[in-house]
Design a protein around this ligand. Structure first.
Ligand code: NAD
Length: 435
């Protein structure tokens, strides 16, 4: 089937490549010339495990092309809209400028019977409005929220844990769902659960899922605050409560909290939308979830100050990790980079390293020092902060690192190191929520 993908960022580029892998003929469109030039060369414009291989394969098959010219979407039966929905400057609400622009420019290229599939995360009510705009073209809108995780995006796209279609109550809605079933024939044949519902539910599923995950992380981080006040150990606590199958151990890792281009802005946009709908009280707990999350970043800097004897001014600090999570180069609302910046603002001499995210971090925070290797970052450091749990940092050898730093002090912002091992090697080890 001929498919178009509008918006080729972290979501759209992976989606386009994966749809070609599934056998469809795909044209990916973006307004960013540099991104399209890179994709046209078969090069992933960002780091995502497995994407280069799948891109290579799809480009070689001749089924995948990229362009900045939207008119090339004409003739596609299904158009996926994957543009960004960032937080509005100075507000909690989502900025729908890109979604609105993508839809309005798409109108001229649609034919009756086409299906437009919204994948961007939008405030509930957006799909209903966009569906009305599409009506004169004879195209039908399906809202199909995306749940991929950066770092696992290829696997999550090819083998999703569920697919959700929000469709109108009409024959056209049923036909659109049937067409989308053809697009997703391979994952559906694997038994992927498929939930067909109305627009409002489909839009809410995405933000409800992210709100739940954010709440789970902030819950354990709130427990970490209690552990810090009582001398308890949050990792033992998480293990113990996680054995209860109703609670589960996943997403109960206390530490520096969540970040990235989705969770923080999605819970804020959800709160803003609830306010517009007159049900802000229903989501007032998300304010606390957000506040707990942001407090962890402040606590990390305080811990660093404590470890440096009351002041970080002039102290040489190595920060391991800039990406918001391992296996990604995404630095949007990264807790690691945020802590690095706070430390810098408060007078520390901060050198940041990351296996993949240094280029992006430099662009966002050019005032920090950067090192391409772990060794260069920690050389002469008086304090080491592990802030993104890349495997190469989790498996660090304390004896090896001891030979490079000036002072053997480490703060484990992700609770991933073995405290006994580091202390035995002569390090002062501190972490969030444990002693
Ligand atoms: N990144 C994720 O893990 C993820 C997961 C699920 C859902 N989402 C949602 O997907 C959407 C996209 O997220 P992302 O992380 O890919 O963002 P992104 O910023 O990486 O990509 C968005 C892309 O859209 C392009 N764009 C903007 N306006 C356009 C237009 N009019 N026509 C064509 N292209 C245009 C931008 O140039 C950019 O390349 C957001 O709503 C996000 O919340 C993201």
């Amino acid at each position: 089937m001929k498919i178009s993908v509008i918006g080729c960022g972290y979501l759209g580029a992976v989606h386009a490549a994966c749809m070609a892998k599934l056998g469809h003929e795909v044209v990916g469109v973006d307004v960013d010339d540099r991104k399209i030039a890179s994709l046209t060369r078969g090069e992933a414009p960002f780091f995502e495990p497995g994407l280069p291989e799948i891109l290579d394969e799809a480009m070689a098959s001749g089924r995948l092309t990229f362009t900045t010219d939207l008119s090339e979407v004409a003739g596609a039966a299904v158009h996926f809209v994957c543009v960004g929905t960032p937080q509005k400057q100075g507000e909690f609400a989502a900025d729908l400028t890109y979604v609105d622009a993508a839809f309005s420019s798409l109108l001229a290229h649609l034919a009756p019977g086409d299906v437009v599939v919204g994948k961007s995360t939008v405030p509930v009510g957006t799909a209903e409005r966009l569906a009305a705009d599409l009506e004169p073209t004879g195209a039908t809108l399906v809202w199909n929220p995306e749940f991929l995780r950066e770092g696992f995006a290829v696997k999550d796209t090819l083998h999703p844990d569920r697919v959700v279609y929000g469709i109108p109550e009409s024959d056209a809605g049923q036909r659109a769902a049937a067409l989308l079933d053809e697009v997703y024939a391979a994952p559906l044949a694997e038994g992927t659960p498929r939930i067909v519902t109305d627009y409002a539910t489909a839009q809410l599923v995405k933000v409800a899922a992210n709100s739940f995950l954010a709440t789970k992380i902030s819950f354990i981080n709130a427990m970490a605050e209690l552990c810090e006040a009582t001398g308890a150990d949050v990792t033992a606590l998480a293990d113990a409560i996680g054995h209860d199958a109703r609670i589960g151990r996943r997403f109960l890792n206390a530490g520096l909290g969540f970040g990235g281009g989705c969770l923080p802005k999605d819970i804020r946009a959800f709160m803003a939308r609830a306010g517009e709908l007159g049900v802000d009280q229903a989501l007032s707990f998300l304010r606390e979830v957000d506040a707990i999350n942001l407090r962890r970043r402040v606590r990390m800097v305080d811990l660093a100050r404590e470890e440096c004897g009351g002041s970080i001014v002039g102290r040489r600090v190595a920060v391991l990790g800039a990406a918001f999570k391992p296996n990604s180069d995404d630095i949007r609302d990264s807790p690691a980079l945020n802590v690095a910046e706070q430390m810098h603002l408060q007078g520390a001499v901060v050198t940041v390293t990351d296996p993949e995210a240094v280029t992006n971090a430099k662009e966002k925070a050019p005032h920090l020092h950067y090192a391409d290797t772990l060794e260069a970052a920690v050389e002469g450091a008086e304090l080491v902060l592990l802030l993104t749990e890349w495997e190469q940092y989790v498996s660090l050898d304390p004896d090896y690192l001891a030979g490079l730093v000036a002072d053997k002090r480490i703060l484990d912002g992700r609770n991933v190191l073995d405290p006994a091992r580091w202390r035995d090697a002569g390090w002062t080890y501190r972490a969030l929520g444990r002693h």
